[in-house]
Design a protein around this ligand. Structure first.
Ligand code: PEP
Ligand code: MG
Length: 759
């Protein structure tokens, strides 16, 4: 390992050599963040220094004998050991390499900051931050070498020795690297949290002040505070503080504090554009590290620099209380009785009705709060009446979550014990965004004023190259879905329509009621097609697992499956129940015949191209002009992503990621099981790799590639998908505006980057 490494040469794995700070700067440089030029004097250089100067044994012997609880001894040993380090002469080779690196930084010597980077620093379980020295405003090689040696000595400051001893670190195994970085003569600087540091909401909090960042970091000035909403891409709150002082570089070594002029005191430090730029850079860091970051930044003229980025460790979701007074806790609006996943946004208060069985739904009155283990299709009529829905089980893609979002009803799912903790008749307030259920009818704060007046938004629709479509499950939601201005329907789930009939398809067949079934299906789909004239509507063939059919009339004939998720559902069931498939195809045929050319068909749960080929052949046999029909598949099983090229050869016109299932089948995480809900990771690298691969193959072959799983309603995920070339996305009704905005933003960024590259 060399004595000196430039940021561009550093890889993540080099943390042992360059410490947390050095590794983080190297990584930030690698992902393209504007980090000021720097090199690192490696931990190996420090080790060589200890060995080659012969001070190593003496130094560690003194430390080993020390009782760190004896304050006097701690102070004096610390001083002695630091003196040993400072008095030793730096070996020539190391000295020379530092001097050479410094010379490469700039012709007449550059002003640098010299920062310690202990090799366990900033690791999640051992933060040594702030325990070693930093020297700002260093100019010239003599002072630089001196500062490096002072950083080394600071590894043995009293506080650092004490901390390491208490944390169980062996002094011999802790190293120090030194970052030598061009000092940015910041005109403005500060810190930002890339997400809300308490709630984790996508709100970037930027604090800024005049001059060097030390003023904000040390707390010696009250900075301006800006809140940037990553969802709307706007500054939603700003507090311009009275800033008394600023810290500026002084002389050859240090800094000084100066009083601000009356004008500067109250002037905003940042423009909205600067806040937005900072938030964008913060987001890059957060996305890269996959955890919200605490970032130090600086601005000089038009140049923005990122100085440091560390994970925020304060974001904590409150623990789920165990019930009773002791388990209660204060939320933003009052006492939180129970918590789960916020599955459908909105806040509503009402009377709890516990529904243990579909029979209980007769007790549900308009405006009640429906609390149940898990909703099922026969509860949909009751779900339409209530003001909020709470379930014990399920995750973001369960029945309750999908239907609630569609109905626009607030819902919290996966609370594990709402049916036990809440009582019939109790008044509660449900926050469907945060996933909290409060005691009593608490007042929700007035929603923040929309950043753009709705009328203005409607007058100026955002046009995106990537189509933004909407998901529909209930025909009654078609008008609301169309009002979003979506570019079509990327998924119409017909099982909700069929499950709402209260009789299984098998019942209609056995009882000679085929026409009734076809007419119901025809009518429901037609309602949606009528709401989207001239826009594509992809209708999915039936995909109901056997357990969802069981409560319906005819359901007694459904097989009992050990694991219905992996069982007889989707296209595999239709292929083996030709009558059930034929009735659906009959409804589609009639719709095509009625002139609905915008109707496309999508087969769910395909795992081999043969299933597509077989389904198409059956349709042809039943008189469908399959050559001219828009037929596609869902990609919900890893096998269908892996075999995408074969599907394309088999003749699919489009493919759509059903990430709800793709995630569960890739990761072996049951999407409806709240016990593993925290392990259900849409951005798991394996899921992303499957998606990336399938998009690439679709693009090469000119086949439309889309997403209709819940991940298509997540702006971050959609940003990633647009970047990776997806041709359309389909989101829940409530998510369409923010998804359209995320798509537009990413597209603009791609265009801008291309323009800059070609400039
Ligand atoms: C999916 O699996 O992502 C999907 C959209 O289908 P469903 O949620 O109906 O299984
Ligand atoms: Mg699915």
């Amino acid at each position: 390992m060399p004595n000196v490494l430039w940021l561009e040469e550093i890889k993540k794995e080099d943390i042992i050599s360059v410490g947390g700070k050095g590794a983080s700067l190297g990584e930030m440089t690698a992902i393209g963040l504007p980090v000021p030029k720097a090199f690192v004097v490696t931990a190996q250089a420090f080790r060589r220094f200890l060995i080659e100067t012969g001070i190593e044994e003496e130094l560690f012997r003194r430390l080993e004998r020390l009782d760190v609880d004896d304050n006097g001894a701690l102070e004096s040993v610390s001083r002695e050991v630091q003196d040993i380090v400072l008095a030793a002469e730096m070996p020539d080779q190391i000295r020379q390499e530092i001097v050479e690196a410094y010379a490469r930084m700039g012709a007449d010597g550059t002003v640098v900051a010299v920062r310690s980077s202990a090799t366990a620093e900033d690791l999640p379980d051992a933060s040594f931050a702030g325990q070693q020295e930093t020297f700002l405003n260093i100019l010239g090689e003599t002072d630089l070498l001196d500062a490096v040696q002072r950083c080394w000595a600071s590894l043995y400051g009293a506080r650092a020795i004490y901390y390491r001893a208490k944390q169980g670190f062996d002094d011999r195994s802790v190293n120090i690297a030194v970052v030598v970085q061009e000092l940015i003569g910041s005109e403005k600087s500060g810190v930002m949290f890339t997400s809300h540091p308490v709630t984790g909401e996508p709100l970037t909090i930027v604090e800024g002040s005049w001059g060097l960042g030390e003023a904000v970091v040390s707390g010696s000035v009250s900075p301006d505070n800006y809140v940037f909403d990553l969802r709307s891409g706007r500054v939603v709150d700003r507090l311009i503080a009275e800033k008394e002082i600023m810290i500026i570089p002084e002389g050859r070594h240090g800094t000084k504090t100066v009083n601000l002029s009356a004008k500067q005191r109250t002037a905003p430090v940042l423009s909205d554009a600067e806040v937005a730029r900072l938030a964008t850079l913060g987001k890059i860091a957060e996305d890269h590290y996959d955890i919200p970051q605490d970032v130090e930044w600086a601005i000089v003229g038009d140049d923005v620099f990122i100085l440091q980025s560390r994970p925020i460790t304060t974001i904590k979701r409150p623990e789920i209380p165990h019930g009773g007074a002791a388990g209660q806790q204060k939320g933003v609006l009052g006492v939180v009785l129970v918590e789960g996943q916020g599955a459908s946004p909105g806040v509503a208060s009402g009377r709890v009705v516990i529904v243990r069985d579909v029979k209980d739904t007769s007790a549900v009155k308009d405006g009640d709060i429906l609390v149940t283990k898990m909703t099922n299709p026969d509860m949909v009529p009751a779900m339409r009446r209530v003001s909020a829905i709470v379930t014990d089980e399920g995750g973001m893609t369960c029945h309750a979550a999908i239907v609630s979002r569609e109905l626009g009803t607030p819902a919290v799912v996966g609370t594990k014990k709402a049916t036990k903790l809440l009582k019939d008749g109790q008044i509660v307030t449900v926050d469907g965004e945060k996933g909290l259920i409060y005691d009593g009818a608490v007042q929700a704060p007035a929603p923040a004023a929309p950043a753009v007046a709705p009328a203005a938004a409607a007058a100026a629709p955002v046009i995106t190259g990537t189509l933004v479509k909407v998901n529909v499950s209930l025909p009654e939601a078609a008008q609301r879905a169309a009002a979003t201005g979506a570019d079509g329907v990327g998924l119409l789930r017909i099982e909700h329509l069929i499950l709402g009939l209260a009789k299984t398809p098998g019942w209609y067949i056995e009882n000679g009621e085929e026409e009734t079934f076809i007419a119901e299906l025809y009518g429901g789909i037609k309602t949606v097609l009528d709401a989207f004239p001239g826009k594509p509507v992809w209708v999915r063939t039936l995909d109901a697992p056997t357990d969802e059919f069981r409560n319906m009339e005819g359901g007694e004939n459904e097989p009992i499956e050990h694991n219905p998720m992996l069982g007889w559902r989707g296209i595999r069931r239709d292929l083996r129940s030709p009558d059930q498939f034929r009735l659906q195809v009959e409804a589609f045929k009639r719709l095509w015949a009625a002139g609905y050319n915008n109707l496309g068909l999508m087969f769910p749960m395909v795992n081999h191209p043969n299933e597509f080929v077989k389904a198409r052949a059956m349709m042809k046999e039943w008189g469908v002009d399959v050559e001219n029909a828009t037929l596609g598949v869902m990609i919900e099983i890893p096998s269908s992503a892996i075999l995408i090229e074969d599907f394309i050869r088999a003749g699919i016109r489009f493919a759509s990621f059903g990430t709800n299932d793709l995630i569960q089948y890739t990761l072996a995480i049951d999407r409806n099981n709240e016990h593993v809900a925290d392990m259900y990771q849409p951005k798991h690298p394996a899921v992303l790799r499957l998606i990336d691969y399938a998009i690439g193959v679709c693009r090469e072959n000119g086949v439309e590639c889309s997403i209709c799983g819940q991940a298509g309603s997540d702006p971050d995920m959609v940003t990633w998908l647009v970047e990776h070339g997806i041709s359309s996305v389909s989101a829940n009704i409530d998510a369409v505006p923010r998804i359209r905005e995320a798509v537009a933003r990413k597209e603009q960024q791609i265009l801008l980057d291309a323009a800059r590259r070609n400039a």
